[in-house]
Design a protein around this ligand. Structure first.
Ligand code: TRP
Length: 448
């Protein structure tokens, strides 16, 4: 199938924008601060940045190469390059489905917080206890989160089904830089809050005594999650890239942007966490109970919080679209469903999973899988197992199995671009990345 017959995602717009739309999302602003807070702050940050540079960046280039070399969905791409490796694509489709199961729930929370900002509800509370109680009341309610989650799922669905991605990507072009600007403003405000410096120290000053095997795996998982790699999202997106797109520059720009947004989110959240008196290890609720405290200290708090949550919704939406697209493109091309039917099948299935995940924080809290509720187990299983495993096999496939000429042709655009970092790149993909991934896994299983 020629890629011109496929969805118009990316169209004339730059590849960086589309890929950054996928990468920058709740992973940076919701997940990164709470995971960093849970794992000791500064030490986690140092390991995280190493994971991004040494493993994340080469893997993103590898995924781009697989996608553009095959012009196919995640499963079709690996199958076209080597039949035996289609399992890597299936791992991706499964992981995308499981991620959407909890990602849509958190997206629903951002939508509810935007509504609360506009109605002034959020500005009514003043203490950490009140913010926490409000959040818990909301996620524990049986139907409110479901309502917001469903609205979010349907929004993603219609963007995918109507093929209006171009509109979304174009608006993201304006809204994403705006998100950046507002994060900078919030960071400045947050740093000036009482005790702000202490929070900044917690976030930036590494304390390596806090590092254990689990920390490294968590940092790795967070890097993969934030960059959207390991499950074929970037394979799917790169299948729509133009032949003249420079894959290395695209990957580098996306990585830098994504990491800057995560850093900024940390600089916004941690000073406020210490100022308002919240535990940095509060888990998934951290951002939702910290942000109201930041806004409420600002003049025009309703305006700030409404605009911020609106931008967060857009950031989440460009990420859910990319995850939904992995499954939709797979069903459309491999099962020969119409695009519309494939999109509906994806939407229906994710709606059931997201509803269960949402209820697992409230009425279904008694259901545990290995001691975790469904929401937490979906998060853990994808970020700490499926993404790193997908990354490991991608390294092996691209480093060892894929014809070197195919890789070179993609990275150099058929010889039009120089490839000075060839040796380093190949070394990372063949040896260093898979070795680190394997060691981290074994270490977590208690092998050493
Ligand atoms: N990277 C996105 C975020 O940070 C989420 C996401 C989109 C994702 N596509 C992905 C995560 C693929 C893992 C794999 O919010």
């Amino acid at each position: 199938m020629k890629h011109t017959q496929r969805a118009t995602l990316g169209g004339k717009l730059s590849a960086v924008l589309v890929a950054a739309g996928s990468s920058v999302g709740l992973g940076n602003i919701w997940r990164f601060p709470y995971v960093a807070g849970d794992n000791g702050g500064g030490a986690f940050l140092a390991i995280y940045i190493l994971c991004v540079l040494i493993i994340g960046l080469p893997l993103m280039i590898a995924e781009f190469s697989v996608g553009r070399a095959s012009h196919k969905n995640a499963v079709g791409a690996y199958r076209a390059l080597d039949r035996k490796w289609s399992f890597l694509g299936y791992n991706g489709v499964l992981a995308a489905f499981l991620i959407l199961g909890f990602y849509f729930v958190v997206s629903g929370w951002t939508a509810e917080y935007m509504v609360h900002s506009v109605t002034g509800e959020l500005a009514r509370y003043t203490t950490a206890e009140e913010y926490t109680a409000m959040f818990e009341r909301f996620i524990g309610s049986p139907w409110r989160p479901l309502l917001y989650t469903s609205v979010f799922i349907l929004a993603t669905h219609f963007i995918i089904a109507l093929g209006v991605q171009k509109g979304i990507e174009r608006s993201a072009k304006v809204l994403m830089p705006l998100l950046f600007v507002i994060l900078v403003a919030l960071a400045i405000h947050s740093l000036l809050m009482p005790n702000g410096a202490e929070g900044l120290k917690f976030f930036l000053k590494p304390d390596f005594s806090k590092i254990g095997p689990a920390t490294v795996l968590t940092a790795l998982g967070q890097a993969f999650f934030s960059l959207s790699i390991g499950i074929g999202t970037m394979v799917t997106y790169a299948s729509y890239f133009k032949p003249e797109t420079n894959l290395r520059h695209t990957a580098l720009n996306v990585t830098i942007l994504d990491t800057l947004v995560a850093l900024l989110a940390g600089i916004v959240i941690f000073p406020a966490v210490f100022s308002v008196g919240i535990e940095p290890s509060s888990g998934p609720s951290l951002v939702f109970i910290t942000l109201p405290g930041i806004f409420n200290g600002m003049p025009w708090s309703m305006v700030w919080s409404s605009v911020f949550f609106l931008l967060l919704i857009v950031a989440a939406l460009t990420s859910t679209i990319s995850l939904h697209e992995v499954i939709t493109a797979y069903m459309h091309e491999e099962w020969h469903l119409s695009r519309k039917a494939a999109a509906w099948a994806t939407t229906g299935a994710t709606m059931v999973l997201a509803a269960l995940a949402s209820l697992s924080l409230g009425v279904l809290n008694g259901w545990k899988i290995c001691g975790l509720n469904l929401f937490d187990s979906l998060d853990y299983l994808t970020a700490n197992i499926l993404l790193p495993a997908g990354g490991f096999f991608t390294c092996i496939f691209v480093g060892w199995r894929l014809d070197r000429k195919v890789l070179e042709a993609q990275v150099t655009n058929d010889g039009h671009l120089p490839f000075r970092i060839r040796k380093v790149f190949v070394f990372l993909l063949r040896y260093l990345c898979p070795a680190v991934l394997l060691l981290v896994f074994l270490d977590n299983l208690g092998a050493f």
